[in-house]
Design a protein around this ligand. Structure first.
Ligand code: HEC
Length: 700
């Protein structure tokens, strides 16, 4: 059965369908007509109550376009942009936060789910809130301890914490109004995404599909923190009652004993709310484990993995879905930015949802019905041959790594990851922080589920080998023609989210440590500033007292810088989180970044070890340490590069790694997982990599 047929069958159960055939404008009339409506789309339909000078919602307005009409800074004068203020986030970990700016206050989050409220004019700290996340929880964060931001509404700021809490803060002083646990603390869930407030409810998902969890999204009452609803994205144990007809239906697309491994489908980032249609769109993630032959051995599409789900915000009921990667086996999430727009397609204005999910295809869907409008590969794609008429990817034999490992495009990093894109209504283009990265994938047929650990059923030795391509670029994409209009290549992948403005500008931070302004229409570079660290988050713009500001939360770190080794090191930047805010004529100095170190000297410390020890150490290292300290022991600039470890560190290697004596600093202890002898083998491997680097050889 094709996915569209399923979608259609499902839709007939939804109210939306009834409204649709009656010719009503969707499931309308639910938005409050008395609500102020400042932002508007080209047809004059109210989009969201956004003042031009604010950045009140994660993606600026309900459409999450990351477009601001502000035009004081434009293509003619952007060259005069200078730093107005900076704020030190005091971290070497990855910064992914989109600030919220309302009422002259600038709310930004840092690693470990810290919240900062700053004076938006000066950067002066008003208050900070530290939820005191247990540092050991970092072990369950596939992609570091980052946080992507708060939601602010009705005098409260809401933050999801790494260890799965949702907290409502008083914006006056950062004091806690309520706090609720959104996850089972026995399970390896994490929250890194920004909540959204939708009609009196705070909506939040979570991550953890690499470790073995079941994905869901929940909504809590803004006043009390009480749970209003929870919608799972994948079915649970079929011997128990299903939570909804949607789950029962989904279960028919799975087999084996997936629920024992969680199944995955976590909602760890994108959401968007359309007040007119009264639909909340959320993106679901990859399968858990990654390899489908271990997860659902008899086949099936495994709904609702890697899907855009349209939910009724009052109840969480599923109205329609579109699965971007049926039967995902490549870690292709559809949690990437969900962007709404009204586009004229074939002479008709269509209400669309756009997404560039990890799988490499750019999708344009009808957001009332989930119907596929168009799609095309926006980066190199080898796992699929194309899309069929209903938008379902046609798998290619090359994507099948079950019996033979393959070099797959895009990699698990995706053709595009969490870094937000933007849409400029003037140029009609979507600006995508794109990635052309390939990765070898191999299936591990001997995989068995290990609670709390990485559970991918992927052969890790393949990762260690690396190889293949790794490019990153800013892509200007025409979503109607489904074609590239221009691109800007970057020195290293993993550059930042984008911002489009009324001044015909697109701003993007780069992985190699700059904030850059391009002309939106043709990509001409018009201005750049050093950032002192790699930039990954999306910039924002706001205006106060007649002055327009452009701001970005910078700070290298996270899955790519920590785990990708040599490719990440190509950016030549180190961690060093800071907020940088610019205005015309600003004269402050960007704080310098940490210098890139010279090659490591040969370690003085000696350890007696056989070649077999080193080989065993390599496997263990890549299973337990490489995610944070870099593939092949090559640090990407964020966490310590172990090839540089001093004699003093090597002398305390067991205490650091086994006993966890630096746990408070974010280095977890491994006494529950690794024996002293295994740690000795890892140390032997680390030393061999350090010696190889000192001798000018590439480590293996
Ligand atoms: C979740 C991320 C994470 C994982 C996984 C991890 N580390 Fe670390 N490690 C860190 C952080 C953060 C630090 C820096 C702590 C500090 O500031 O001293 C660190 C520091 C270290 C240090 C001290 C380095 C120095 O020069 O000061 C050693 C040694 C080390 N780790 C070894 C390991 C080994 C071996 C493994 C695998 C068994 C491992 N780590 C896994 C995060 C991690």
């Amino acid at each position: 059965m094709g996915q569209q047929r399923w979608a259609r069958r499902w839709r007939t159960k939804g109210l939306c369908f009834v409204a649709f055939i009656l010719g009503l404008s969707a499931c309308a009339s639910l938005s409050d007509p008395s609500e102020p409506a400042h932002g508007s789309d080209p047809e004059g339909v109210a989009v969201s109550p956004v003042e031009d000078g604010d950045w009140p919602i994660h993606g600026r307005d309900f459409y999450e376009q990351r477009y601001s009409p502000l035009e004081q800074i434009g293509e003619g004068n952007v060259a005069d942009l200078g730093l107005a203020w900076s704020f030190d986030l005091g971290t070497m970990r990855g910064v992914q936060s989109t600030p919220i700016v309302v009422g002259g206050v600038f709310y930004v989050t840092g690693p470990w789910s810290l919240v900062y409220a700053l004076d938006a004019r000066t950067g002066k700290e008003l208050w900070r809130f530290d939820p005191e996340v247990p540092k050991q929880h970092a072990r369950y964060a596939c992609c570091t301890v980052s946080n992507r931001g708060v939601a602010v509404d009705g005098g409260r700021a809401f933050v999801g914490t790494l260890d799965g809490r949702l907290i409502g803060l008083d914006v006056a002083d950062g004091s806690v109004i309520w706090e609720t646990l959104t996850v089972d603390p026995e399970q390896p869930y994490t929250i890194t995404g920004a909540p959204r407030v939708v009609e009196g409810l705070v909506v939040i998902g979570n991550g953890g599909a690499e470790y073995g969890v079941r994905g869901y999204v929940s909504a809590y009452h803004v006043d009390s923190g009480e749970l209003a609803w929870r919608t799972f994205t994948v079915p649970g144990d079929p011997s128990k009652p299903f939570e909804s007809p949607a789950m029962e239906y989904a279960a028919s697309t799975w087999n084996g004993q997936w629920w024992k491994y969680g199944g995955g489908g976590t909602v760890w980032d994108a959401m968007a709310y359309d007040p007119e249609l009264d639909l909340l769109y959320v993106g679901s993630g990859n399968g858990s484990p990654h390899a489908r032959w271990a997860r659902s051995p008899g086949g099936g599409d495994n709904l609702y993995l890697s899907s855009i789900l349209a939910l009724r915000p009052a109840t969480g009921e599923l109205v329609w879905y579109f699965q971007t990667t049926p039967a995902d086996t490549w870690d292709y999430t559809a949690t990437q930015h969900i962007l709404l727009a009204d586009l004229e397609v074939d002479g008709r204005v269509r209400k669309v949802v756009m997404q560039a999910p990890k799988n490499g295809f750019f999708f344009v869907l009808d957001r009332e019905t989930g119907e596929f409008i168009s799609g095309a590969p926006y980066v190199k794609v080898t796992w699929a041959e194309g899309l069929d008429a209903e938008g379902r990817p046609i798998e290619s034999p090359h994507g099948d790594y079950r019996h033979q490992s393959r070099m797959i495009h895009p990699s698990q990093m995706g053709g595009h990851n969490w870094h937000p894109m933007s849409f400029h209504p003037g140029t009609g283009l979507v600006y995508v922080p794109a990635l052309d990265i390939s990765t070898p994938m191999g299936f591990d047929p001997d995989w068995t589920f290990q609670p709390g650990r990485f559970n991918l059923a992927i052969d890790f030795e393949e990762f260690a080998e690396g190889g293949g391509e790794a490019e990153g670029f800013l892509l200007a994409w025409d979503p109607i023609q489904q074609r590239e209009v221009w691109r800007i290549a970057h020195r290293a992948p993993w550059s930042g989210g984008t911002l489009a403005t009324g001044g015909n500008l697109v701003f993007q931070g780069s992985s190699d440590g700059r904030l850059v302004a391009y002309r939106a229409s043709d990509g001409n570079k018009l201005w750049e500033s050093p950032a002192g660290t790699g930039v990954m988050a999306g910039p924002v713009t706001y205006a106060l007292d007649g002055v327009q500001y452009v701001s970005v939360a910078a700070g290298w770190g996270g899955s790519f810088p920590m785990g990708m080794g040599e490719v990440a090191a190509r950016a030549r930047v180190r961690g060093g989180g800071r907020v940088l805010t610019f205005r015309l004529g600003g004269t402050a100095e960007v704080p310098p970044g940490l210098p890139w170190p010279a090659p490591p000297p040969a370690p003085v410390f000696q350890l007696e070890a056989s070649e077999a020890d080193v080989a065993a150490g390599s496997s263990l290292y890549h299973a337990e340490c490489g995610l944070c300290h870099g593939a092949a022991v090559i640090g990407g600039g964020s966490l310590p590069d172990l090839r540089y470890a001093s004699t003093a560190v090597h002398e305390r290697f067991q205490q650091i790694v086994h006993a966890g004596e630096r746990e408070a600093l974010g280095m977890p202890g491994f006494s529950d997982r690794l024996s002293l002898d295994q740690i000795r083998q890892i140390q032997a491997y680390v030393l061999s990599a350090a010696n190889a680097a000192a001798a000018g050889q590439k480590s293996d």
